[in-house]
Design a protein around this ligand. Structure first.
Ligand code: ADP
Ligand code: MG
Length: 267
């Protein structure tokens, strides 16, 4: 699949997300902590959007709000045009640590959403096996998490998040704990997986090249209190291949973001 995939094709398979002037204030030791202050962002259905920003700027907060796991203290969040009032059930979430259950095998971990959502067993099993194969884990279905490398565990976590074919995939620095080579490999695999299925992805990272490599849109956050400073549209064909990193345009976008980070005191 390439960027030629039509907008209709994409939007029919992933939900659109719209954040308008979103605020979120926490309380710490009796003092208010403003995590987000006026964050606005529009993610069309089926788009791969990265949120890029420094540590502590409110990225995870923004993800939790968009998934309905937390309520904003101001502003609105719409998913497919509807105000989000509680947890958005039609989503999968991948965190930085894989949070697999150590007493379950890879296959059993991947099948967890099927249990929770009471999906038909045979269908869920076929889907799980297909996903496990597509991320290169065939043969490891009966292994336990502690028998796998960090990268392999995170692949299993991605399969689990996608088992019920959610219309949005939320990923919070999913490759942050991996070594550089594993990370690049995972980025390529994710790009391929996403391009074959075209769900909406909200991907959090503090790595500029990772964001530019994967995304259709990169939204840059300011230091805390976070808001969206600037957005970049990235139009290379999907799925992305390693050659993209060598392209002049890729380097230009990375440099432009770096300049913005310098100007804002982020770097
Ligand atoms: P990021 O993911 O970009 O590193 P976070 O969204 O985790 O940032 O946090 C943004 C700010 O909000 C930080 O200053 C953090 O300490 C604060 N924060 C996040 N969650 C809570 C909470 N539950 N209670 C108090 N402060 C919080
Ligand atoms: Mg975070």
């Amino acid at each position: 699949m390439t960027k030629a995939a039509s907008h209709d094709q994409r939007s029919s398979r992933g939900a659109a997300i719209r954040l308008s002037d979103v605020h979120r204030t926490f309380e710490k030791d009796g003092m208010p902590v403003e995590a987000l202050k006026g964050a606005s962002l529009e993610i069309p259905g089926g788009q791969f959007c990265s949120i890029l920003g420094p540590s502590g700027c409110g990225k995870s907060t923004l993800l939790m709000l968009a998934a309905g796991l937390m309520r904003p203290t101001g502003g609105s969040i719409l998913i497919d045009g509807r105000e989000l009032e509680s947890c958005y059930a039609d989503c999968g979430i991948v965190f930085q640590t894989d949070v697999l259950l150590p007493w379950l095998t890879v296959l059993e971990n991947v099948l967890l959403p099927a249990k929770v959502k009471r999906l038909p067993k045979a269908q869920a099993f076929d889907r799980a096996m297909q996903l496990i194969g597509s991320v290169g884990l065939a043969g490891f279905e009966r292994h336990f998490p502690d028998e796998l490398s960090g990268g392999m565990r995170q692949r299993a976590a991605v399969c689990r998040a996608l088992l019920h074919q959610p219309s949005v995939l939320f990923m919070d620095e999913p490759f942050g704990a991996l070594d550089a080579l594993t990370r690049e490999r995972m980025q390529m695999d994710l790009s391929r997986l996403w391009a074959s299925d075209l769900k909406t992805v909200l991907f959090i990272t503090h790595d500029i090249e990772e964001a530019v490599f994967l995304s259709d849109q990169v939204a840059i956050m300011s230091p805390r209190p976070g808001r969206i400073l600037e957005r970049f549209e990235i139009s290379f064909a999907q799925p992305r291949t390693p050659a993209v990193r060598q392209e002049r345009e890729f380097q230009d976008i990375v440099s432009a973001i770096r300049r913005l980070f310098l100007k804002e005191g982020i770097l």
